[in-house]
Ligand binder design. Structure first.
Ligand code: ADP
Ligand code: MG
Length: 446
């Protein structure tokens, strides 16, 4: 049994995913125990276990790690049936060769094949590919940094996979900085420092993920520094990630910072629309097998790519949730359904684009007066731009139809709905309108 603070994990999860999701998915779970890197959670039924594993697995692991429980996988047990387990985020252990030091198996989902490359991440991808060739070390370390959910961990696992295939002779070790800390502290406590040193210094490739977690942990930093130097002296490749550039990690000793800066430092930029759409298409292909029979109408992926702008993990979680719910209720996924069942995510990533901003931009674009757009006149030259503005308000903000109606000169919500439908029709048949919409959307979103 483990004495990790599960209540704290729950509190953190609630803050991360909102009260509604929390109540549905996390509240019913309890932590049964942990062994060999696997946390065992009890769920009321297989569906909850399955869904939580896919949707929140990474987050739960993250928060468990933060509470000092070094696990890499979750397994769900169904209450009342202690022998049934459902693998949630658990992945099949495929390779068990000489080249890993057992601990964290790379996640089978995170390969170069499943990594979608776009402008914001092409450099990080190219550098990772180079390291994964396993040739002579040309830059050390490779330092990857960027905001949460932009693909750092994915790339590190992809490197581990590829090295495993190309250079099975190499010992590759991937750890999160949390695990490094945990292991270090355990080794101190159990008087096993020699084992610890031996373990970390006998690798050929060392990857440490999320190094910012070493902030303020001086004795762990000290040990990390020695490990780092010992490996660097032997010309071993290191791959380090953080959510910031080395210089911006505050409570990290200067000597570590300067070591980290001597290699190749590349950042993953926030995603752009094209990359997000590319990722969604790739994920869709994967989900087809997991949820056979679920259909997604055209426009849904575009909608998600527009509205969920920063974090790929959230984007992926949103698509997963749509699939899971659609397969549960046997429905086709539409934009309306997405708006309903993702309202929490959409609200959180709302860029606070206002209805007023949209109205102003559209009236400038069509060169009409704002007062005319909001006024009662119904001539075509005013009505069309007005409907375009209504459509953009509906699609780019989370305001309801009555709210939008009020801001369009107190119009009724059915008028707004009619306008939105009209534009939906026109954008299929009228290329001028669809060009206008695209142009305006871009202008408003940047
Ligand atoms: P980070 O470590 O930077 O916080 P992760 O590597 O954990 O982010 O990525 C979060 C999720 O988003 C993962 O499921 C990952 O597979 C996915 N992801 C991120 N970037 C891409 C990409 N370019 N192509 C495909 N999936 C991606
Ligand atoms: Mg990560």
């Amino acid at each position: 049994m483990t004495n990790v603070n599960w209540d704290q994990v729950k509190t953190d999860m609630r803050a991360a995913i909102g009260a509604g999701n929390f109540k549905n998915w996390i509240e019913p779970l309890s932590l049964v125990g942990a062994s060999e890197g696997v946390a065992h959670l009890a769920a009321p039924n297989p569906f909850v276990g399955d869904y939580v594993g896919k949707t929140y697995g990474d987050q739960i692991i993250y928060h468990l790690n933060r509470q000092g429980l070094a696990v890499q996988r979750l397994a769900f047990e169904i209450e009342g049936k202690p022998n049934t387990t459902v693998n949630g985020a658990a992945k099949p252990t495929v390779r068990k060769p000489t080249n890993t030091l057992a601990d964290a198996q790379p996640d089978q989902r995170f390969t170069f094949d499943s990594f979608v490359v776009g402008k914001p991440n092409e450099l990080a991808h190219a550098a990772s590919k180079r390291v994964a060739e396993g040739g002579p070390v040309t830059f050390n370390p490779l330092f990857l940094y960027g905001g949460v959910g932009l693909g750092k961990t994915h790339l590190m696992h992809a490197i581990a996979h590829e090295l495993g295939q190309r250079r099975p002779d190499l010992n590759v070790l991937y750890v999160s900085a949390d695990q490094f800390i945990y292991r270090f502290i355990s080794a101190l406590r159990d008087r096993k420092m020699m084992d610890f040193k031996q373990h970390f210094r006998s690798v050929d490739v060392l990857m440490v993920d999320d190094i910012q977690f070493l902030e303020g942990k001086e004795s762990t930093q000290e040990e990390f520094f020695h490990t780092y130097n010992a490996l660097a002296d032997q010309g071993k490749q290191m791959i380090i990630s953080a959510d910031r550039a080395p210089g911006e990690i505050r409570d990290l000793s200067e000597r570590i910072k300067s070591r980290l800066q001597c290699g190749l430092v590349v950042d993953l930029h926030p995603t752009d629309y094209e990359l997000r759409l590319g990722i969604l298409h790739a994920k869709q292909e994967m989900f087809v097998n997991v949820y056979p029979g679920v259909e997604i109408v055209t426009g849904v992926l575009e909608f998600l790519a527009h509205r969920i702008s920063s974090n790929v993990r959230v984007l992926e979680g949103a698509l997963n949730r749509l699939y899971a719910l659609a397969s549960l209720v046997g429905r086709t996924v539409t934009v309306e359904m997405a708006q309903d069942c993702l309202s929490d995510i959409l609200r959180a990533s709302d860029r606070k684009l206002t209805i007023e901003e949209i109205q102003r931009k559209v009236s400038e674009h069509y060169d009409i007066r704002l007062s005319d757009m909001l006024g009662p006149k119904r001539t075509r030259t005013l009505a069309r731009p007005r409907q375009v503005a209504m459509w953009l308000c509906k699609r780019l903000t989370s305001r309801s139809l009555p709210e939008i109606g009020r801001k369009f000169g107190k119009r009724d919500h059915t008028t707004i709905m009619h306008g939105v439908r009209k534009i939906d029709e026109l954008r299929q048949s009228d290329s001028q309108i669809s060009d206008d919409l695209e142009l305006l959307r871009r202008a408003l979103e940047h």
